[in-house]
Design a binder for this molecule. Structure first.
Ligand code: MN
Ligand code: MN
Length: 305
């Protein structure tokens, strides 16, 4: 940690490369896959650029004073290896198998995507029973098929609900916005019993009230947190596939995550960072910082287990 931050291999957070899973509590992995996108491409390049920007992260959180590296053994466990990148379902199988090896070794996954379709196979690996879900995104991602595939990046939480991987009564979707051609996704979430918090509600009630209600819904159930970078306003995070203006500020996003301390985490991810659409690395830096804040809350929860 005390070597110059621009030197050495660009692992996530400058964590060591895992030599074995036996001595790892939290494994940070890259998922360089964007074969399920419906619009602007490039999220396959997310992990490499987030690794680069994450070398700016340091150890002690100035607000919470959490030092994740004192609480847990953190390592970069590498990227999911893909065998059939042109086949979405085969690629999802590769992701689920890689994540399952982590879960089997009692390693909590903190993933960097990749498009949002990757969260479905991650949930298949971590959800031994239906888990609670905190989903921060401009989109509910509960749409159905697009261009012949029901595994596109607009559908992971609909599939997760159908596969009984998430408990809809303990699912909260935060920051939803942007016009649609059909209301089907919003309707699906609400009819399934998920709590959908549109951005106007977040802005009117404020982060503290959103955190309080979300914590009540999630309780002490095993919970997964999925963070789509497009939840953040494109003024702060332009490098993403389906940007929607009038979103969260980076400060609001970080305040949300700090509000979700001491939950019963099973894992988390940050997805949809597209470096080819980024400007000066600002989106990858926002993504790396969100991952660091998630690492702090995951390490605190894991350290107390
Ligand atoms: Mn999404
Ligand atoms: Mn989105």
């Amino acid at each position: 940690m005390f070597a110059p931050r621009y030197s050495g291999l660009a692992t996530f957070m400058r964590a060591p490369v895992a030599q074995s899973l036996a001595d790892v509590d939290i494994g940070i992995l890259g998922i360089p896959y964007d074969g399920a996108l419906t619009n602007r491409p490039g999220a396959r390049h997310g992990p490499r650029e987030v690794r680069n920007q994450s070398s700016l992260m340091r150890a002690i959180n100035h607000a919470t004073r959490i030092n994740p590296y004192e609480l847990c053994r953190v390592a970069d466990v590498g990227d999911v290896p893909f065998q059939s990148a042109f086949d979405i379902e085969a690629s999802h199988k590769d992701i689920a198998e890689f994540a399952a090896t982590l879960v089997a070794a009692d390693v909590m996954p903190l993933s960097c995507g990749g498009d949002h379709s990757v969260t479905l196979p991650l949930l298949r690996a971590v959800a031994a029973e239906p888990v609670a879900l905190i989903h921060i995104d401009a989109h509910t991602d509960t749409w159905d098929s697009f261009q012949g595939s029901k595994f596109n990046h607009g559908a992971p939480f609909r599939r997760a609900h159908e596969e009984n991987l998430i408990d809809p009564s303990k699912t909260v979707q935060i920051g939803i916005r942007g016009a649609q051609n059909v209301s089907e996704g919003w309707d699906y979430s609400e009819q399934a019993g998920m709590r959908v918090m549109f951005i106007e509600e977040v802005q009117q009630r404020g982060i503290a009230a959103i955190v309080e209600e979300t914590r009540k819904i999630v309780g002490d159930s095993p919970v997964y947190l999925s963070f789509d970078i497009d939840s953040i306003d494109p003024a702060f995070a332009p490098g993403t596939g389906t940007p929607e203006v009038a979103g969260l500020t980076t400060a609001e996003a970080i305040a949300l995550i700090r509000g979700f301390r001491e939950l019963n985490y099973v894992g988390a991810d940050v997805v949809e960072i597209s470096p080819p659409f980024d400007v000066g690395g600002v989106t990858a830096l926002a993504g790396a910082t969100v991952m660091y804040e998630l690492l702090c809350v995951l390490a605190e929860a894991r350290g107390k287990r």
